[in-house]
Design a protein around this ligand. Structure first.
Ligand code: 13P
Length: 259
């Protein structure tokens, strides 16, 4: 349902960055974000070791920050894992869970993603729950089945109040890092489906932000963000260039004014 919503644009740096270049990028994003319309919220999800740097350079700006994954455990003998409470220690507010790269390369199941979303919520953070189909699944006509199952696996574990606190990102796997975005019609169709799934969980849940991710660029962002059920974007490659990321944030502002 078309309803005026604030737009949310989140950068996912993935495994990119070095201290010196991050500083330039974070400062530029913090400065540029200050000039955006009040209807746009901006976040960046950085590699874990750079959370302290994000905190130091983004505190006091309009940009919030977060991590790209957390452990399904709260603490203990889990070598290499990072707990949600540790992310909290660095002033973060967002954590991506269930990114397709983690589902594919780390064999994360939807059930594990659901537990991670619970840990993130318990820590007082916002999980950005990613769902999305592969090209084979789309061509087999099973997009709704796949993304519906991925979303339901999370929703079933959450109370209505918890579910109303999540963000959902639809990221078709075939559009990630390929330069080939979903068309605005394709994305809107899946977002409308996800919206109805969320609405089935409760009226407050229907309003959770639904982000689109997959080859979002300055050139296609506004058209995508104008769709009634697209509340913003999860941006990979383009979030590593301040100029492009800020242009996408501006497009979100223009789309939110256009309603
Ligand atoms: P790209 O914007 O590089 O296609 O990546 C999208 C993504 O996976 C964001 O999480």
């Amino acid at each position: 349902m078309s309803k005026q919503r604030t737009k949310l644009v989140v950068g996912n740096w993935k495994m990119h960055g070095r201290l010196a270049e991050n500083a330039v990028l974070l400062q530029a994003v913090a400065q540029g974000a200050g000039e955006l319309s009040a209807d746009v919220r901006v976040g960046v999800c950085v590699p874990g070791p750079y959370l302290a740097q994000a905190q130091s350079l983004l505190s006091g700006s309009r940009v919030v920050w977060g991590a790209q994954d957390v452990s399904a455990f709260t603490q203990g003998a889990y070598t290499g894992e990072v707990a949600a409470s540790m992310v909290v220690d660095f002033g973060a507010s967002l954590v991506i869970v269930g990114h397709s790269e983690r589902r594919a390369y780390h064999r994360e199941s939807s059930e594990l993603v659901a537990v991670k979303a619970q840990r993130v919520l318990e820590a007082g953070l916002t999980p950005v729950v990613c769902v999305g189909e592969t090209l084979e699944e789309r061509e087999a006509g099973s997009t709704e089945q796949v993304v519906g199952d991925q979303l339901d696996a999370v929703l079933v574990k959450l109370s209505d109040v918890e579910a109303a606190r999540i963000v959902v990102a639809y990221e078709p796997v075939w559009a990630i890092g390929t330069g080939k975005s979903a068309t605005s019609e394709q994305a809107q169709a899946v977002h409308a489906f996800l919206r109805s799934r969320l609405a089935a969980k409760g009226a407050a849940v229907a309003d959770v932000p639904l982000l689109y991710g997959g080859s979002v660029k300055p050139e296609n962002a506004e058209e995508l963000f104008r769709q009634p059920d697209i509340d913003g974007g999860l941006i990979g490659g383009a979030s590593l260039k301040a100029q492009d990321f800020l242009a996408i944030c501006k497009a979100a502002g223009a789309a939110s004014v256009a309603g």
